[in-house]
Design a protein around this ligand. Structure first.
Ligand code: FES
Length: 133
């Protein structure tokens, strides 16, 4: 009997809109998710948007420790505005500015960064396909 292949992560294309700047409060960390076109073979694309002023950092919502989302729901997401965001499984703490783990079981590893830019309408758009390798 064949072993089913594991699901791979959906990687949206460049230009995909992940959110709007005016929907994010300054200092907020927000979870988002885009469904995979084929849920049988791909996991949804889960991401985090962190706003500081008019700057938005985007990371894939995948802990460097065990590869799981940092939180199961938005209200469970642990963060210190403009400073850090933490996984609520084993509490790895990642720097806001670059996603690098500075405390916990995966120190020195990082959340996969997603390059984004704001368009003229205030949409947060992906620059490349998926997170940086
Ligand atoms: S799974 Fe995130 S810290 Fe262990």
């Amino acid at each position: 009997m064949d072993t089913p292949s594991p699901l791979t992560h959906h990687t949206p294309a460049a230009g995909t809109v992940l959110g709007r700047l005016d929907a994010l409060a300054d200092g907020s960390a927000t979870m988002g998710e885009l469904p995979a076109p084929d849920a049988l073979t791909h996991k949804p694309f889960r991401y985090l948007l962190l706003r500081s002023g008019d700057t938005v950092k985007a990371y894939e919502n995948r802990c460097a420790h065990f590869g799981v989302p940092l939180a199961a729901r938005q209200d469970l997401l642990i963060f210190q505005p403009h400073a850090s965001i933490s996984c609520n499984v084993h509490y790895a703490r990642y720097r806001w500015s670059d996603g690098v783990c500075e405390s916990g079981d995966c120190v020195g590893e990082a959340l996969p960064a997603i390059a984004v830019q704001l368009d003229a309408q205030g949409n947060i758009c992906m620059v490349g396909d998926g997170p940086a390798p």
